[in-house]
Design a protein around this ligand. Structure first.
Ligand SMILES: CC(C)(COP(=O)(O)OP(=O)(O)OC[C@H]1O[C@@H](n2cnc3c(N)ncnc32)[C@H](O)[C@@H]1OP(=O)(O)O)[C@@H](O)C(=O)NCCC(=O)NCCS
Length: 201
C-alpha cells in the first residue's frame, strides 16, 4: 500500500469536495468491484470511458488499483491491462468528481506505471480525450495504427470506430510486435515472436 498524502483526512458529502489528504493507492480486491463498476460506468455514457460490465470488472479486478482515503472511502481507480512484454494499456482511470485536482489521479497513474515497470513492460499506451493530463507523465501522441493490439481489442467493436475523438498516446518505444489479430505494422519492422520449442522437434 502506498501512502500518497499525509495531511488530515476530511470527508464530506458527494456535493462538496472530498480532501484526498491521507489517501492511499492499493491493488483492488473483489469487494472493490461494485465501486469500480459504478464510477467507471458513470462516465461511459458520453464515451469518456469504455463501458465495463460488472462481470468483466470482477474477471479483471487484478488489473485494477484503487485510491481511497485513510478511512477507506473509495476515491477512484485505474487499470493496467497487459498485452505482453511489448505493451500494456492504462484503462478506466478515473477519480470521483469531488476528489479531483488533489493528486489522486496522478498517484493512481504513477502506481500503474510502476506496475508496468515491475512487469518489465517496455511501452504503455492509452486512448484519451485529455492528452494534457498524460503529457505530465511522459506520454506522447502517436498514430493509432502503431497500436494494432489496442485496435484489435477495443476499436473494431466500438460504435465510435469511424468517429473516434480520442488520441492515442504511448510512453516508451513503439511496440514492434502485436499479439492480437492481424498486425498493421509493416512486415519488415515486425520482430518475430519467440515461440516455445517443443522437446524433440
Ligand atoms: C483525469 C483524472 C483521472 C485526473 O485525476 P486528478 O486526481 O484530478 O488529477 P491530479 O490532481 O492527480 O493531477 C495531476 C496533474 O495533472 C494535472 N491535470 C489534472 N487533470 C488534468 C486535465 N484534465 N488536463 C490536464 N492536466 C490535468 C494536474 O494539474 C496535476 O498537475 P501538477 O502535478 O502539475 O499539479 C480526473 O480528472 C478524472 O477522473 N477525469 C474523468 C475521467 C477521465 O477523463 N479519465 C481519463 C480517461 S483516458
Amino acid at each position: 500500500m502506498t501512502t500518497i498524502f499525509q495531511p488530515a483526512v476530511s470527508e464530506s458529502t458527494a456535493s462538496t469536495r472530498v480532501r484526498t489528504g491521507g489517501a492511499v493507492v492499493r491493488k483492488a480486491k473483489l469487494p472493490d468491484a461494485v465501486n469500480i463498476f459504478d464510477l467507471v460506468n458513470s462516465l461511459s455514457g458520453d464515451g469518456t470511458l469504455l463501458r465495463r460490465s460488472y462481470a468483466e470488472i470482477c474477471e479483471n479486478v487484478r488489473d485494477f488499483t484503487v485510491a481511497e482515503s485513510e478511512s477507506g472511502v473509495f476515491l477512484g481507480c485505474g487499470a493496467l491491462h497487459l498485452y505482453g512484454p511489448h505493451l500494456a494499456e492504462v484503462r478506466s482511470i478515473v477519480v470521483k468528481p469531488e476528489a479531483k485536482g488533489q493528486g489522486a489521479g496522478g498517484r493512481l497513474l504513477r502506481s500503474l506505471l510502476e506496475e508496468a515497470e515491475e512487469q518489465s513492460v517496455t511501452a504503455v499506451c492509452l486512448f484519451t480525450r485529455i492528452p494534457d493530463f498524460f503529457f505530465h507523465f511522459g506520454f506522447r501522441v502517436v498514430d493509432r495504427t502503431t497500436l494494432p493490439d489496442k485496435i484489435y481489442k477495443d476499436c473494431q467493436t466500438c460504435p465510435r470506430l469511424y468517429a473516434c475523438d480520442e488520441v492515442a498516446m504511448v510512453r516508451g518505444p513503439l511496440p514492434k510486435i502485436a499479439v492480437l489479430g492481424p498486425s498493421r505494422i509493416a512486415q519488415p519492422e515486425l520482430v518475430k515472436l519467440q515461440t516455445g520449442t517443443v522437446a524433440g522437434k
